[in-house]
Design a protein around this ligand. Structure first.
Ligand code: ZN
Length: 267
């Protein structure tokens, strides 16, 4: 069965600062792996600092030419107005925001983020959190903090990328199952199925089947982690998902149906 793959979690950059992470390079990877559509994240502000551009505005402009890619924004935590940034991101037509608490060095429950979460919840923005050991004080981004987030913002939709990684898989699973009632939290199936790299986040096929039986395939969303993963890693992950002991319908949901439902309001 051929599946319309709609993948989450690509990082894109202006060619000048990261040629292998350009939008053109992403389109090539999508072509090679038969991916119909993808969500691309704007760079973090420090990654494009030397170019003096607004990463969200840059991405919105670039994507006018590419309707197979949906943009998600990023926020600049050195500024004091994260709720206004959420509005600006929504006004650009983006439907979500990538957050990397370890890389951006913030605590998931930090006071300065609270207005941002309320704004994102009100605007219906989907947040994608990097969760998984990433060389920063773990206290700031332990996946259990996401349970608090779900408690305080019951209508906030977010993905737990890497499902906490190998070390925190069970904690992430606790949060996902604990909040099934609202159905607003998704497991980000990103960089968790490669046997030669990303081993810190490696979960493998059995945990995918366990996840599907505990949270349902409708709460699992495939992601690329482009450009950190190339064609070989992305194809490996797609092949593992295609070979899971799940129905064709389940696999189609994981590989794109769920994301399409979330972003387009359809399957
Ligand atoms: Zn990422």
């Amino acid at each position: 069965m051929t599946v319309d793959i709609f993948a989450n979690h690509a990082h894109v950059f202006p060619r000048e600062c990261r040629p292998e992470g350009s939008i053109e390079a992403l389109l090539k990877l999508m072509d090679a792996c038969q991916i119909k559509r993808a969500v691309a994240f704007a760079p973090f502000i420090d990654e494009v600092h030397d170019l003096g551009i607004d990463p969200n505005e840059w991405l919105a402009r670039e994507l006018e030419k590419h309707n197979s890619i949906c943009g998600f924004g990023t926020i600049d935590l050195s500024k004091s107005d994260p709720a206004r940034q959420a509005e600006a991101i929504a006004n650009l037509g983006f439907k979500g925001v990538k957050l990397h608490p370890a890389y951006q060095r913030f605590n998931i429950l930090a006071d300065k983020l609270l207005d941002f979460y309320a704004a994102a919840e009100g605007l219906g923005l989907i947040l994608c959190f990097h969760l998984g050991v990433h060389w920063h004080r773990i206290k700031d981004y332990h996946p259990l903090l996401c349970d608090e987030l779900a408690y305080f913002y019951p209508n906030l939709k977010f993905t737990m990328e890497h499902v906490g990684g190998l070390s925190f898989f069970l904690d992430a699973l606790a949060v996902l199952t604990n909040n099934l009632r609202t159905g607003n939290i998704y497991a980000g199936i990103t960089s968790v199925l490669n046997t030669n790299q990303n081993l810190l986040w490696y979960l493998g096929p059995e945990r995918m089947e366990l996840l599907a039986s505990l949270i349902g395939s409708s709460h699992m969303i495939f992601g690329l982690d482009f450009p950190y993963n190339g064609v070989a890693e992305v194809q490996e992950a797609i092949d593992v998902i295609q070979e899971l002991e799940l129905t064709a319908e389940d696999k189609a949901k994981i590989l794109g149906g769920n994301l399409a439902r979330l972003l387009d309001g359809s399957d």
